[in-house]
Design a protein around this ligand. Structure first.
Ligand SMILES: [Zn+2]
Length: 186
């Protein structure tokens, strides 16, 4: 779970550790993780619109994305559906959510002013995660992805088919294919 840490130099008080509630065995509660990560590591980040989070497609080459609605009232953070599985270390999920929140802080997928021209310019996301005491999670996440992601992905064939078809059914029931309208996908 999330560890107690000291806040960055920009804030004065000690951050109180926030532990997500007990998670159902088959599903990690994304909203609980988002709230906990925001409070613990991004407490100085203003929430200037509605921020939603949900599981998306079980992509092979993407862990997450962030989108901003055209009216800028809603941000949607999408997380690879496979990250709900307990076989994937929790630090991969935490790092992925923190990565997307960093984009939000930098003005990508959010109404906040853009702090750089490109969302990943010069390793700006990794530097921000390290500044926010998430460097250890980032390092462990990168190592796990490098060593295990593709073998893990390839072993999930039938599950990926089920996740894809359940998402297709959900889209059909909603009557739209895109969900939140967006002008930014990171
Ligand atoms: Zn990114």
């Amino acid at each position: 779970m999330l560890e107690a840490i000291q806040q960055s130099e920009t804030t004065a008080a000690t951050i109180v550790p926030v532990v997500p509630p007990a998670l159902p065995a088959a599903m990690r509660n994304l909203s609980a993780y988002l709230e906990a990560i925001w409070e613990q590591y991004f407490v100085d980040l203003p929430r200037v619109n509605v921020v939603q989070i949900g599981y998306c497609y079980p992509w092979k080459t993407r862990l997450g994305l962030i989108r901003l609605s055209l009216d800028q009232k809603t941000t949607f953070i999408g997380i690879n559906a496979l990250l709900q599985l307990q076989q994937i270390p929790e630090y991969v999920l935490i790092t992925t959510i923190a990565h997307e929140l960093t984009h939000y802080a930098h003005g990508f997928g959010s109404p906040l002013p853009r702090l750089c021209k490109h969302p990943h310019a010069n390793g700006v996301v990794d530097r921000e995660l390290e500044r926010r005491h998430l460097g250890d999670y980032l390092c462990k996440c990168n190592t796990w992805i490098d060593e295990h992601w593709y073998p893990f992905y390839d072993a999930q064939g039938s599950l990926i088919c089920r996740l894809r078809s359940s998402r297709a059914r959900a889209r059909f029931a909603r009557g739209d294919a895109a969900g939140v309208k967006r002008n930014t996908v990171i």
